[in-house]
Design a protein around this ligand. Structure first.
Ligand code: C2E
Ligand code: CA
Ligand code: CA
Ligand code: CA
Length: 275
């Protein structure tokens, strides 16, 4: 019993060691990822439920490393945030998304994820303004997705920057809505154009009446506050069915398409009307 007990402890520390080593490798390699051209941006379409057309798409960063393979943003974005690398990576994603919006996807609104640290930087709004000029984009073609974590930090700075973004004419979406801590008061104080209903509620939509009630309530709230809505992570036709019925404005999820390179999205949109 003693021996197996020690074995468990050892394998536990081995595992801890392995995950620490992985973290260190990720950090070291991430520092070189931009210079080595290993990052790419994929796009996932959002479908308007009233017209069944693709009006917008979310930009999602991808990292293809020569030996680590494809590393998920769920793993490397937090590392980028902790190390400050998110500023360079985020600026690159934003510029790439603007370039694609200009050259490949001129008829779509492109939503770009922004980390709290990015939006809090004083230069962020200027960076947006310069990109809009450089790529000759209408401000409304761009949407910035933020999460509630931004609202938890320095409220005053966050408010100021969000209002400046809004003033530029760039749209603001509140991501993963329903999972954070924001009180309803925030929704009135911050200039959100869109609420993205978190996948957790969509996943439970068919199995629990709670999730259904929450989604209904979020949609009512959005309507009253004049905000647009999109349901995230829609995978099944039956979920789409419910969401149309309760008046959700748009859906995003594997049911429609996985995130893909801009060129593929161009093809999908070209074929869309005949699908
Ligand atoms: P998110 O912003 O909530 O993005 C949605 C995630 O859900 C994406 O994962 C997408 O591929 C996935 N997804 C979409 N439809 C479905 C579905 O039907 N089922 C399931 N199971 N998943 C679906 P991804 O691309 O792995 O990104 C994970 C997270 O990494 C994002 O969550 C976002 O928080 C972060 N992220 C991605 N790109 C960026 C970026 O450029 N900047 C920043 N700051 N964060 C990013
Ligand atoms: Ca997002
Ligand atoms: Ca989300
Ligand atoms: Ca998320």
């Amino acid at each position: 019993a003693k021996a197996s007990g020690r074995g468990r402890v050892e394998s536990f520390t081995d595992e801890l060691g392995a995950s620490q080593r992985r973290r260190i490798t990720i950090e070291r390699e991430l520092r070189e990822a931009l210079a080595r051209n290993e990052l790419v941006v994929h796009y996932q379409p959002q479908v308007d439920l009233r017209t069944w057309t693709i009006r917008s798409a979310e930009a999602l960063v991808r990292w293809n490393h020569p030996t680590l393979g494809s590393v998920s943003p769920s793993e490397f974005v937090p590392v980028a945030e902790e190390t400050g690398l998110i500023h360079n990576i985020g600026a690159w994603v934003l510029a790439k998304a603007c370039s694609d919006a200009r050259h490949l996807l001129p008829d779509l609104r492109i939503a770009v994820n922004a980390s709290a640290a990015q939006v809090q930087r004083a230069g962020f709004v200027n960076e947006l303004r310069q990109l809009l000029n450089r790529y000759e984009l209408k401000p409304s073609q761009l949407e910035v997705e933020i999460t509630e974590s931004l609202l938890m930090e320095d409220i005053a700075v966050a408010l100021e920057n969000l209002h400046a973004i809004k003033q530029l004419g760039v749209r603001i979406a509140l991501d993963d809505f329903g999972t954070g801590y924001s009180s309803l008061a925030y929704l009135r104080r911050f200039p959100f154009d869109k609420l993205k209903i978190d996948r957790a509620f969509i996943r439970e939509l068919l199995s629990t009446s709670d999730a259904r009630a929450i989604v209904r309530t979020i949609l009512q709230l959005a309507r009253v506050l004049g905000m647009d809505t999109v349901a995230e992570g829609v995978e099944e036709p039956a979920q789409l069915e419910v969401l149309s019925h309760v008046g959700c404005a748009a859906i995003q999820g594997f049911l429609v398409a996985r995130p893909m390179p801009a060129e593929q999205l161009v093809d999908l949109i070209a074929r869309w009307d005949s699908l």
